[in-house]
Every structure is written in structure tokens, then in C-alpha cells.
Design a protein around this ligand. Structure first.
Ligand SMILES: Nc1nc2c(ncn2[C@@H]2O[C@H](COP(=O)(O)OP(=O)(O)OP(=O)(O)O)[C@@H](O)[C@H]2O)c(=O)[nH]1
Ligand SMILES: [Mg+2]
Length: 466
């Protein structure tokens, strides 16, 4: 009867699936297509030595030494033609990223060379192109990292600010895996004791329900704490959007150029110079931001094109994480209250000279000059602190993977079911069974239990070559 119940509630991945790995050697570029000083290609699998032989000849293959950089000329194994002169590094399995024999090649960063080199490598029988994330997948399957760490590799690559990058590094180093393992141990220990109770059920007077309850509550609290830290990945590679807006001629484009440190955007004393919004990327201490210069917004549009420009400015303002109102300091008026997060009074160099009319600086406002640079450092600091607020220098750790969140939620549900059961002084078997399920959910987080489907969905989202 008990068996009947079990089959109904056992999750699909209940049974650990032994992964059968494609034994073939894989190759992929590690760097994006494009011109650069150097590119990088990775080869991993049992035929790495054959690849060295095919590209560099017998002597190179015979003297292949792990972790020693070699300068050599790579030749096409079929035509003998030179592909490039390059550096390569050999890592002997299991002491490599994937745990297999691995070869890294660093040719000149010409896409033509990279393509030819990969083609040459694929001429070695049995070598194929790697799928996205396949190197990391192999690293996981070969026990070089657990699933939480493998997932965090993508976070490390895509983090767009320091706080996220720091978190990703902590995930990669195993800080979360460690927490999950500790929890797992507790549940395992508890299950073992429960099973012992089952075995001695006849001799035992009465199970100590209160002590079980306390233990389960403690486990539930820890699971819940990690669960609450979930932040998702949607913000991971999203750069904060900072928008400069204000009346025509206020000095928005000049300020954008000054913040950027180059004359990127056209500036003139004719109001309405900027028609379309212009986006630039700016590096601040906390990370990179998208800084947008907009067309000036006037009370009245001068023509239909002007009206269109203003509409576009208003549209991008709606998406902004931070809105900065740029107000021309030489125009005699106190800026009207707007929805700005900051007000910046521009052209401060003209105010001191007396040619302009000094205006009252609104609260929290900042006076800047794009011409002299006064106030720019302060403005950058204000922007940085406003958009990169989260958990600076704190030690907390958060999870970003939806899969990990789902597993934790499942574990938490199991804890709740166990606590419900406890209210009715259940048979210890039932409690033991629920805790087994909790344990399974925790194990699947780090990948002690996984299935082909799960791995497929994780690694398909990776870049080629990782
Ligand atoms: N002296 C001085 N002139 C400035 C400063 N900032 C802007 N200007 C001048 O103000 C005029 C307008 O500057 P822009 O940067 O084109 O103004 P804008 O807000 O982008 O204007 P629109 O694109 O037309 O909305 C130009 O003649 C600039 O040279 C500043 O800090 N000091
Ligand atoms: Mg402009």
C-alpha cells in the first residue's frame, strides 16, 4: 500500500539518471567573432593529442607538455597550408576546465583565421563543433563543478555591475553549494534517524514528535531564507538607463559629451539641435550604464517633426531608471517641479561671470559646467550611487537561477507537508518519506540528481565556447 502512495507523488527526476556522455572531441571559439589582437579557441576530448599532431606535426605531439605555452605554426592537416602562427596550451585531463584533455589555441584575432583554424581542427576524424555550454556541461559531468556553480558561470559572464559580479563569483566559488550541502546533510541525518525509528517502531514507546517538529521547522527556515534571496536573471545583463531631459538648448548634449569625455553628439546654440534620442555607454565605478541624451521638450512644438522628437523623448523617459532634468542656469526661472530624480543646473561657468542670471538651486540640485568640468565628478557619483544601490559591500548571497528557485520551493513544500503530517501523530514512515522528497529536491539543486532535460535547458542558454 505504501508503495502505491509513493509512485503517485514521486517527481520525474526521482531516479538519478546516469549521464551517457558523447565521447567525441569538441571545438569552438571562446572569443566573439570580430577583429581583435588575439582570439581563443578551445578543443576538449580524447582526440586532443591527434589535433596537436595534425596541426603542428609529430615533434610537437611527441613533446606535448601540460600547461606549457608553445609558439608554433598551425597547418591545415589535409593541404599543409599555413593557417597561422600562434600560441597553444595543453591541459591534461583531469586537470583541465572540462576534466578532459583540453587544448587552447590563441591565433591572431582575425575571423578568417579563426574560421580556417576551426575547419582545420575539424578535419581530424571525430572532432565536431561544440554546442553552447558544452564545455561547462562536461565540466559538470566530470565532477569539476556542481550544477549551481555551472549555472553561475553564465552569471559571471553576463553580470553588468560589480554587485552582481561579486555575487556570481561567490556562487561560482561554491558558497551557495556549501549551504545546500549542509542543509542536505541535516535532512539526510534526520531521515536516517527517522528510518531507525521505523526499524525499532515496535520497541519504541512513542515517537518524539516535538523534537522532529523542531528539526523540520529549522530546516524549513533555512530553505526559506535562501528562497527569499532569489532575484532572477532578468536584471543581470540589463544596464541601468539614465535619461537627461529638459528644455531645448538647456545643455543636455553638451553634458552628455562632457560626461563621456568626447565630442560624440552635435551641439549648437540653435534650440532643437538634437532630434532623436542618442544613447551612449558610460562606465561608472559600480558598472556600466546607458546614458541617453534626448531632444529638448518645449511647451509648444514648432512643427510636426519637433512634435515627433518630443514624443520620443517622453517615451524613453518612461523607461528610465533615473531621470535627470537639465535646466539652463542662464535662464531666469526657478525650474518647475517635475518628476525628475535629480535636477542639474547647467552652464555654471556663465553664472559666475555675471552674463547669466543666477537661479535658486532646487533641493538636491547640482550645478555643473560642461565647459569647465565643474560638478561633473559629483554628478557621476550621484548617478552611480543612485543606480547601483543594491547590496554594495554586503556579504549576502542571492540566487539567480529560476531552476534553483523551483527546486527550493519544492523542498519547502515538502517541509510544509511534513509539518502538516506531524499534527496528526503520523506513522514515522510517512514522515521519513516526505523528508526523502525534500532531500531529493535539495540534491537536484546541486545536480546530485539531474536529468538530460534539465541539463539541456541549462546549457542551451550558454554562449558557444563556454
Ligand atoms: N558656457 C557654456 N555653454 C554651454 C554649456 N553647456 C552648453 N552650452 C551651450 O549651450 C548651447 C546648447 O547646448 P546643447 O548641448 O546643444 O543643448 P541641448 O540641451 O542639447 O539642446 P537641444 O538638443 O536643442 O535640446 C550650445 O551653444 C552650447 O555650447 C556650458 O556648460 N557652458
Ligand atoms: Mg541636444
Amino acid at each position: 500500500m505504501a508503495d502505491q502512495v509513493r509512485h503517485d507523488v514521486v517527481p520525474v527526476y526521482f531516479f538519478s539518471i546516469i549521464e551517457t556522455m558523447d565521447p567525441r572531441t569538441i571545438v569552438a571559439p571562446m572569443t566573439p567573432a570580430g577583429v581583435s589582437a588575439v582570439a581563443a579557441i578551445r578543443v576538449s576530448g580524447p582526440q586532443v593529442r591527434d589535433v596537436v599532431l595534425a596541426l603542428f606535426g609529430e615533434k610537437a605531439a611527441a613533446h606535448l607538455e601540460p600547461r606549457k605555452a608553445c609558439l608554433a605554426t598551425a597547418r591545415d592537416p589535409k593541404t599543409g597550408e599555413t593557417v597561422d602562427s600562434l600560441l597553444y596550451l595543453f591541459f591534461e585531463g583531469p586537470n583541465s576546465y572540462t576534466g578532459e584533455d583540453t587544448l587552447e589555441l590563441y591565433p591572431h584575432g582575425n575571423p578568417l583565421i579563426v574560421r580556417e583554424l576551426i575547419q582545420a581542427i575539424r578535419k581530424v576524424d571525430g572532432v565536431r563543433l561544440a554546442e553552447p555550454g558544452e564545455f561547462t556541461r562536461r565540466a559538470f559531468l566530470n565532477g569539476k563543478m556542481d550544477l549551481v556553480q555551472a549555472e553561475s558561470v553564465a552569471d559571471v559572464i553576463h553580470s553588468a555591475n560589480r554587485a552582481e559580479l561579486k555575487n556570481a563569483h561567490r556562487l561560482l566559488s561554491g558558497a551557495l553549494s556549501q549551504k545546500i550541502r549542509e542543509l542536505n546533510e541535516q535532512v539526510k541525518d534526520m531521515s536516517a534517524r527517522l528510518e531507525l525509528d521505523v526499524d525499532f517502531a515496535e520497541e519504541e514507546a512513542d515517537p518524539d514528535y516535538e523534537s522532529w517538529r523542531k528539526r523540520i521547522v529549522a530546516i524549513g527556515e533555512k530553505i526559506s531564507e535562501i528562497l527569499q534571496s532569489f532575484r532572477g536573471k532578468e536584471n543581470l545583463s540589463r544596464l541601468p538607463l539614465v535619461v537627461l531631459y529638459g528644455a531645448p538648448n538647456a545643455g543636455k548634449s553638451s553634458l552628455t559629451n562632457a560626461l563621456l569625455g568626447e565630442d560624440r553628439i552635435l551641439v549648437s546654440n540653435i534650440p532643437g539641435t538634437t532630434r532623436d534620442f542618442v544613447e551612449v555607454r558610460l562606465f561608472l565605478p559600480g558598472g556600466e550604464i546607458r546614458l541617453v541624451d534626448t531632444a529638448g521638450i518645449a511647451d509648444q512644438a514648432t512643427d510636426s517633426l519637433d512634435a515627433l522628437s518630443m514624443e520620443k523623448s517622453k517615451a524613453i523617459l518612461k523607461e528610465a531608471d533615473l531621470k535627470i532634468h537639465v535646466v539652463d542656469g542662464t535662464v531666469a526661472a526657478t525650474p518647475a517641479a517635475t518628476s525628475a530624480d535629480f535636477t542639474v543646473i547647467s552652464k555654471s561657468d556663465l553664472l559666475d561671470g555675471g552674463s547669466g542670471t543666477a537661479m535658486t538651486l532646487p533641493e538636491g540640485g547640482l550645478s555643473v559646467s560642461s565647459k569647465t568640468g565643474v560638478g561633473l565628478a559629483e554628478l557621476k557619483r550621484l548617478i552611480n550611487d543612485a543606480v547601483f544601490t543594491e547590496s554594495r559591500d554586503t556579504e549576502d548571497l542571492w540566487i539567480t537561477s529560476e531552476r534553483e528557485r523551483a527546486c527550493l520551493a519544492e523542498a519547502f513544500e515538502g517541509v510544509k507537508r511534513a509539518l502538516d503530517l506531524l499534527q496528526n501523530r503520523p506513522a514515522v514512515e510517512l514522515l521519513a518519506f516526505e523528508m526523502q522528497l525534500v532531500r531529493r529536491s535539495l540534491q537536484s539543486i546541486v545536480g546530485e540528481i539531474s536529468s538530460e532535460d534539465i541539463l539541456q535547458s541549462i546549457f542551451a542558454g550558454f554562449c558557444i565556447g563556454k
